[in-house]
Design a protein around this ligand. Structure first.
Ligand code: NI
Length: 183
């Protein structure tokens, strides 16, 4: 089922998301709906708060990048209750966007390497190290669970320049190819 994506200005995007217990109902359905919603919107990552659930879960699927990078294409993952264990001091800047902030792309500095603990969709615990683009996408999605958005991280000058665009999204004045829920 395709869910509406909550856009900039919705309070759910600013909440510190809650951990998910094993008793949480229909977690596999939520994961499958999030993947379907993300694919429909041409995204590569989606966090549960973006579809209105303030819980610690995100999905990533880099299949859409197959033409650019074969090695990334097989990366498809759901992370429940992720916990960032290490973030490298080495960092890089690259452009990011977000399905909740349509039409805005800005360069963001991210750690090049991270170590993260998480549960998979069967609640099996993993500890993995990710680098480069995978590390970037995970950091972006992880931020959503903390109530942070990539636009928080841009320079004060750039933030000033995107202010009116953000205000338009806030007022629901934005056009997307996917279903949204504005504030
Ligand atoms: Ni995002």
């Amino acid at each position: 089922m395709i869910l509406p994506i909550h856009t900039y200005g919705n309070a759910v995007l600013r909440k510190h998301a809650e951990p998910i217990t094993k008793e949480y109902p229909n977690i596999k359905d939520l994961i499958s709906n999030m993947l379907e919603t993300m694919h429909y919107a041409d995204g590569v990552g989606l966090a549960a708060p973006q579809v209105g659930f303030a819980v610690r879960l995100f999905v990533i699927d880099l299949e859409a990048l197959r033409e650019d990078n074969l090695e990334l294409a097989d990366f498809k993952i759901a992370m429940i209750n992720p916990e960032m264990l290490e973030m490298s001091d080495d960092s890089a800047v690259a452009e990011e966007g977000c399905l909740s902030i349509p039409g805005i792309h800005e360069t963001v500095e991210r750690s090049l390497s991270i170590k993260i603990k998480y549960l998979d969709s069967d609640f099996v615990e993993h500890v993995d190290v990710f680098q480069d683009f995978k590390a970037r996408v995970i950091q972006h999605e992880y931020d959503h669970l903390e109530g942070h958005l990539f636009t928080d991280k841009v320079s004060p000058l750039r933030r000033q320049m995107i202010k009116s665009k953000l205000n338009n999204i806030l007022k629901g004045k934005t056009s997307t190819s996917y279903k949204i829920k504005s504030a």
